[in-house]
Design a protein around this ligand. Structure first.
Ligand code: CP
Length: 315
């Protein structure tokens, strides 16, 4: 494929190929000299129209460790502030011949639209409440390393499912890999048509966590609630905040995940988040760099093959 727009477009063997290649980058990233020439001579532009710490930093590091020339477009200081549209901005950057464009945008579908207008590889770094594919891939790698497999696990995804692109991408990936998925949260934070997603749905967190292998917590996405349901944080923590007492319902070796940024004392107890015997939250961050290196490496190989074929007149 030319782009990475969503997990919905990936086959299970493609997901495994990303995870296997990412393993080699986990090893490289633990060395003192972290350098590969997989993207040597290529140009990567990061365009983030929404705030980010983990995704932007890890895409930048990933590109630099692979030898690319990496440019972070500063949206706050760009002509977007003068009214230039997303597509005109993308076409302008496209004329500078980037090879990889990493895009985060608040509108669902915006990254797909942009990908149709440019002739480089586009990676979706999160679009609205639609998809966040590299997050689901890094979560899968974290789970596989902790549990030894990424199939036949019972995974609870808890909290604000309705507004979460992380939940959506994880749901698709974990479903493709034949896991049992439980969605836990108040009905007001469940997406419409949740009964048709093929998951078990729980309003009671303790009941939903019973015998789970993986507990994935989500942030309350207040910025996407359109002035609608915003629960009292105290009441929410009481019912849906993960603490040691609620976690005791899951398997003894269940792991705790959170994509970040997390709100301690709202969806997760701070001490539990820092407990390295249960929490793999920092591992998720580490896997993020390796997975993004693997994704960009694979897309760069496809891009070279496509350009090579075009040069000899095959396409
Ligand atoms: N998980 C995640 O996407 O974090 P950032 O918003 O900090 O990139």
């Amino acid at each position: 494929a030319r782009h990475l727009l969503g997990i919905e477009h990936l086959a299970p063997e493609e997901i495994r190929a990303v995870l296997d290649l990412a393993e080699t980058y986990v090893e490289l990233n633990q060395r003192t000299v972290k350098h590969s020439d997989a993207l040597e001579g290529m140009t990567q532009i990061n365009m983030f129209f929404e705030n980010s710490t983990r995704t932007q930093a890890s895409f930048e590091l990933a590109g630099k460790r692979l030898g690319a020339d990496v440019m972070n477009m500063s949206v706050a200081h760009s002509s977007v502030k003068k009214g230039e549209t997303l597509i005109d901005t993308a076409l302008t950057l496209n004329a500078m011949h980037p090879d990889l464009l990493v895009v985060r945008h608040p509108a669902s579908g915006a990254v797909d639209l942009l990908a149709q207008k440019v002739n480089c590889a586009v990676l979706n770094a999160g679009d609205g409440r639609h998809e966040h594919p590299t997050q689901a891939l890094l979560d899968a790698l974290t789970i596989r390393r902790a549990k030894g497999r990424i199939q036949r696990l019972t995974v609870a995804i808890c909290g604000d499912i309705a507004h979460s692109r992380v939940a959506r991408s994880n749901l698709i990936l974990l479903g493709k890999m034949e896991n049992r998925i439980r969605l836990i949260g108040p009905p007001t934070l469940m997406p419409s048509g949740v009964q048709d997603l093929g998951c078990e749905v729980y309003e009671d967190m303790r009941e939903g966590l019973k015998d789970c292998d993986v507990v994935m917590m989500l942030r309350l996405q207040k910025e996407r609630m359109d002035g609608g349901f915003i629960p009292s944080e105290r009441e929410y923590y009481h019912r849906y905040g993960l603490d040691a007492e609620k976690l005791a319902m899951a398997k003894d070796d269940a792991i705790v995940m959170h994509p970040g940024p997390m709100n301690r004392g709202v969806e997760i107890d701070g001490e539990l988040a820092d407990d390295i015997n249960r929490s793999v939250i920092q591992d998720q961050v580490e896997m993020g760099v390796a997975v993004r290196m693997a994704c960009m490496d694979l897309l760069a190989r496809n891009l070279r093959a496509e350009r090579g074929a075009r040069a000899v007149g095959v396409m």
